[in-house]
Write a protein that binds this ligand. Structure first.
Ligand SMILES: [Zn+2]
Length: 260
């Protein structure tokens, strides 16, 4: 499809919900600059090589993500050897925290829609941890980035607008799981998720002695919902301004554009 084709824009940025076309949460958060990604590209041999590695890592992430969702639904799985250490890390997290899913059919991969601000998305899971209800987002990258704060705030905000009063959520959590080999003398990490070994951190002059591959989890409780929701809605406004020419061409875009 052509770059300037409106159908291409619509499928890349959003979807139809109840007769409207609305943007996806992740299309909106993509408006944020990602300096880590720029640095990554600069370190690769070529743009194409960088993209190929990102694609492999994304496949690895998708596989891990799918396995975790099956486990959250209570299904039994036999994880692929390639992702087994990460799945072990997931089990470690699950047994360490008091996690429960009230309605696995409804609460995993749940579609959300904000009927006031007109955006939608699919959150990973609505879970209860130590008696508190919240949004759980699963990440498989090497860090917890700023856009996750906006993404989870958007989900929480939309979810609460249509949730029954006894099931209002107050928490947002990120569970990041991944795997690597670690140098026993300098702490450098070697990752093979992209199909090519990538060594980061530690001492560049070390001759490295790597441990067997191990899975780790990082679990973060995000605070300050109000601030993050405000920032997300501002990002949405910026996204709308940036894409105003395309949005004017979409007949069932429900928001009145400020820039007409
Ligand atoms: Zn080392």
């Amino acid at each position: 499809m052509q770059y300037n084709n409106i159908d291409w824009f619509k499928s890349k940025h959003g979807h139809e919900v109840g007769g409207f076309w609305v943007p996806r949460v992740t299309a909106i958060t993509d408006i944020i600059n990602k300096p880590a990604l720029l640095k990554y590209y600069a370190q690769q041999e070529s743009f194409e090589a960088a993209q190929a590695l990102l694609r492999n890592s994304a496949n690895w992430g998708t596989k891990t993500h799918a396995a975790v969702e099956q486990l959250l639904k209570g299904e039994e799985i036999e994880p692929d050897a390639q992702i087994a250490p990460s799945i072990q890390a997931f089990h470690d997290w699950f047994s360490q925290y008091n996690v429960s899913i009230l309605d696995p059919d409804q609460d995993i991969e749940r579609m959300i829609f904000d009927p006031e601000n007109y955006y939608s998305g699919r959150m990973d899971a609505l879970v209860e941890i130590n008696g508190e209800l919240g949004i759980l987002d699963i990440k498989t990258g090497t860090g917890i980035w700023e856009e996750y704060y906006l993404q989870t705030a958007a989900y929480l905000n939309a979810y609460n607008k249509t949730a029954p009063s006894q099931r209002i959520a107050n928490k947002r959590w990120i569970l990041r799981i991944e795997q690597y080999k670690e140098c026993v003398s300098c702490g450098a990490k070697k990752r093979g998720k992209s199909g090519t070994d990538v060594i980061k951190g530690g001492n560049p002059y070390c001759t490295h002695q790597f441990s067997p591959e191990k899975g780790i989890f990082e679990f973060k409780d995000l605070e300050d919902n109000e601030n993050d929701i405000k920032a997300f809605l501002n990002a949405q406004e910026l996204w709308e301004w940036y894409n105003q020419d395309n949005l004017r061409k979409i007949k069932n875009y429900p928001k009145k554009l400020k820039y007409e």
